[in-house]
Each structure stands twice: as structure tokens, then as C-alpha cells.
Design a protein around this ligand. Structure first.
Ligand SMILES: [Fe+2]
Length: 245
């Protein structure tokens, strides 16, 4: 079944995906959107691209962006109001992208996390250098607390690719994988692009999102048109974004 061929207003149609849950559209609380005006432009682009729902995932990194549940949900309500005032046909919610640092354990234990979807998903990211802690141990703690962890952009952790079997080990432990679609256009470099292709070939990707920090990241998605790896992912039947609609 061909899901990804129709073009809309010069951009691609991502309606087959429906939901983008990894992005930094909430203004002023991380390295994403800088203003409400920019956030609105981004939201209009998602609508044009065919998305039905956007779930914002601001960074939670203790040393850089110590965002709390209250801050994120407060900003979410504000943006929901702006979306209503502007009559934008998009559902808007929020979660977070949790950096697995030492303080994450504390947030987990205090019930400070914002899960999303019926399956109690939590979006997590790893350090870009080999972490000092055992990943498996923290995954187990997340699962024991009743959450379903999704790893943001597995293709960006070069140390995991150094031993490709590690991806399988993590999946066997129940970790789900979310690809950054723009990894396939090469914006994060050639090694990341190659790992993304390899993960797709090995049927390891469960979700695809934009990780959009600004409008250009959304414009960049149009370069996926005729990208064979992306089309094979879209047609694989493995993507689960729509369960979040
Ligand atoms: Fe992100």
C-alpha cells in the first residue's frame, strides 16, 4: 500500500503519519522556538503538511533547561488558547524530551514526568557521548514505574552503532525507537544518515517525528519526497504514530 505520494501546496502530505510528538514548538523554554510568532508559523506548517496532532516535547535537561511539569503544562494551555483564537485545525498537547541524567531518577520517583498516549509513553534521550551509567538499569526503572519509554533519534548515538547489536538488545528490553525524519536528508551528517538507513532496513523504527526546533526543520521535510528509505519506512506498516491520534 502506497501511503506517501500525494503533494499538498508544494509540501509533502504527512497525513499518513498524523501525529508529530517530538518537537520544540513551545516558545522560550528551550533551544526551540524563540517567539509565539515563530511557534504559530511552525503550527501552520504542520497543518499544511497534513498533520492532525502536534505533541510538543521541550527539553528537560537539569543543567540547561530545568523545565518542570507545571511550566510545560502552563505553556501548553497558553498555546492551545492561541491555536483556538487563530482557528488552526490542529490538536495540540505536550509532553517532554527527558535527558537521562542523574536527576531524571529523582523526577521519575517524584512522579514529575508527563506521559502521553494511552500506552503511557515517555520520550527519552541519551547523552551524545557514551553514558557513564548503565542504560538498561534506568530503562528498567522507567518500566517498573509503569511507563513505556521511547528513545528519541537512536540514529544520533554513534556509540550504539559501534556495536549494532546494542540496538537489538535495547529493543528486546522493550525500548521503542523514534527516528528523526530529517536524519534521512543528512542534516545531522552522513554517519547519522547511514545509521538511520540501517535502522530502517532492519525494521527497528517504531515512530517518525520532526524534532523541529524552527520552521526550517519543517521545510526540510519536503526533501524526503522520493527518498527511498523514507518511503520504505512509510510503507513498512511498522510506524505507530497514528495510535496517538
Ligand atoms: Fe528534541
Amino acid at each position: 500500500m502506497l501511503l506517501f505520494r500525494k503533494r499538498i501546496k508544494g509540501l509533502e502530505d504527512f497525513s499518513a503519519l498524523g501525529v508529530d510528538f517530538h518537537n520544540h514548538v513551545i516558545p522560550g523554554i528551550d533551544d526551540g522556538s524563540h517567539s509565539l510568532e515563530e511557534s504559530l508559523k511552525m503550527l501552520k506548517l504542520w497543518v499544511e503538511l497534513g498533520f492532525k496532532k502536534v505533541i510538543a516535547s521541550p527539553h528537560v535537561i537539569t543543567a540547561l533547561y530545568p523545565n518542570t511539569k507545571d511550566i510545560i503544562l502552563g505553556q501548553m494551555h497558553h498555546l492551545q488558547e492561541v491555536i483556538r483564537e487563530n482557528n488552526l485545525p490542529i490538536v495540540f498537547e505536550a509532553t517532554a524530551e527527558y535527558h537521562l541524567d542523574f536527576e531524571f531518577r529523582e523526577r521519575l520517583e517524584k512522579g514529575e514526568l508527563i506521559p502521553f498516549g494511552k500506552s503511557n509513553y515517555i520520550l527519552v534521550e541519551l547523552p551524545f557521548q557514551q553514558p557513564a551509567f548503565p542504560i538498561e538499569e534506568i530503562l528498567f526503572a522507567i518500566q517498573t514505574a509503569g511507563y513505556n519509554p521511547i528513545l528519541a533519534h537512536p540514529e544520533r548515538y554513534l556509540y550504539l552503532d559501534a556495536n549494532f547489536k546494542r540496538f537489538y538488545d535495547l529493543k528486546d528490553r522493550g525500548l521503542l525507537f523514534q527516528l528523526n525524519m530529517n536524519s534521512l536528508t543528512g542534516i545531522y551528517g552522513i554517519p547519522v544518515k547511514k545509521i538511520a538507513q540501517k535502522l530502517i532496513k532492519n525494521n527497528l523504527i517504531d515512530f517518525a517525528c520532526s524534532d523541529a526546533h524552527h520552521c526550517n526543520h519543517l521545510h526540510e521535510l519536503k526533501n524526503l519526497y522520493r527518498n527511498s528509505h523514507f518511503n520504505s519506512l512509510m510503507n513498512s506498516g511498522l510506524l505507530r504514530n497514528r495510535e496517538l491520534l
